[in-house]
Design a protein around this ligand. Structure first.
Ligand code: ATP
Ligand code: MG
Length: 312
């Protein structure tokens, strides 16, 4: 297996007024070529910020430290012009919130075609032909009638599928999709799952950020669980769902409807969570004295790791 992305000790901090939001707080992760990785975790755990960091799309008001190697080259050392050669062409992004992500004054066809015209093909007729193929692939029919439509005339599910088409039109090696099933109905969710499956079979490397555990279970090879800016567990899909290790992961699975909707206890506040110990320990029913010290990521079998003293 070839390693395509190698993230080491990544920190993305946002200084806000008198405090610092540690959105990503020491992430180490390797992503293999052609694997599908699902990144799960509660709201605010840093999933989107991690995804944006992989694309070099972080906002200006943050500080970034660490290494993000893409085929061995550290993306954090590249200039904006160098990043533009990678973004959309090599690593592409399907953003969260389809309604806000599309340009309302540009046709859907032109938006899907933009990465093609930027990176692959200048001939307008050839671009149009490719966009028609993509519309057919995402099952927006009849493509000839839809290609010149504006986003307002599309449903949420159609917009979400169009964003996937925009993401893949530049033939990227890596596609990062941020909550691709959020706010869409079951039919559209099935359509998105199908599209991503096809892409996966074609060998694209997929990073799927999601709250939707059944969706992750359906699609991913590995699951990475984020908690408060850190990856607390990364495991093969089957072993994760059969036996999650980290107490937070166990809580996530127990909170699913089929497991009785048991809520994870709430925390006690940020000040304590940044005291250097395990950030989950205030909510953890298995916490021990040792958890006052941050556990390292403990590596298990190949590709698996857990950040918890229980497995030391
Ligand atoms: P969700 O599941 O709700 O999308 P998430 O896991 O994607 O959540 P992020 O959007 O990555 O969470 O945010 C992680 C943390 O970083 C949050 O506390 C968020 O408020 C903060 N954050 C994100 N972007 C900014 C920004 N531009 N300025 C300041 N803080 C930010
Ligand atoms: Mg997010």
């Amino acid at each position: 297996m070839t390693m395509i992305l190698d993230v080491q000790q990544l920190y993305v901090h946002f200084p806000v007024s008198s405090t610092v939001i540690r959105a990503v707080d020491g992430v180490d992760i390797n992503i293999e070529q052609s694997e599908t990785l699902a990144v799960i975790g509660e709201s605010g755990s840093g999933k989107s910020v991690l995804g944006l960091a992989l694309l070099g799309l972080l906002p200006a008001n943050c500080t970034v430290n660490g290494v993000i190697r893409y085929h061995g080259e550290d993306l954090l050392t590249l200039s904006e012009t160098e990043l533009e050669m990678i973004r959309g062409r090599k690593i592409a992004w399907v953003p969260q919130n389809p309604a806000g992500a599309m340009n309302p004054s540009m046709t859907v066809g032109n938006q899907i075609g933009e990465p093609i015209s930027l990176h692959i093909e200048k001939d307008k007729n050839k671009i149009r032909k490719k966009v028609l193929e993509l519309l057919k692939f995402i099952r927006i029919t009849p493509p000839e009638e839809r290609i010149d439509s504006y986003p307002y005339s599309f449903s949420g599910g159609m917009l979400q599928r169009s964003l996937v088409a925009m993401g893949i039109s530049g033939h990227p090696e890596v596609l990062i999709a941020d909550e691709p099933t959020k706010g869409i109905d079951i039919m559209n969710k099935q359509a998105i799952t199908y599209l991503l499956r096809v892409l996966r079979e074609e060998g694209i490397t997929l990073i799927i950020i999601t709250h939707d555990l059944p969706f992750a279970k359906n699609l991913a090879d590995r699951i990475a669980v984020m908690y408060s800016g850190r990856i607390v567990e990364i495991r093969g899909r089957q072993e994760f769902f059969d036996g999650p290790l980290h107490p937070y992961s166990r809580g996530l699975l127990r909170s699913l409807p089929e497991n009785g909707l048991h809520p994870i206890p709430s925390g006690t506040g940020d000040s304590e969570e940044n005291d250097g110990g395990c950030k989950f320990r205030f909510r953890c029913t298995s916490a021990i004295e040792k958890c006052r010290v941050e556990p390292p990521l403990i590596h298990l079998l190949e590709g698996s790791a857990v950040r918890c003293w229980l497995y030391d």
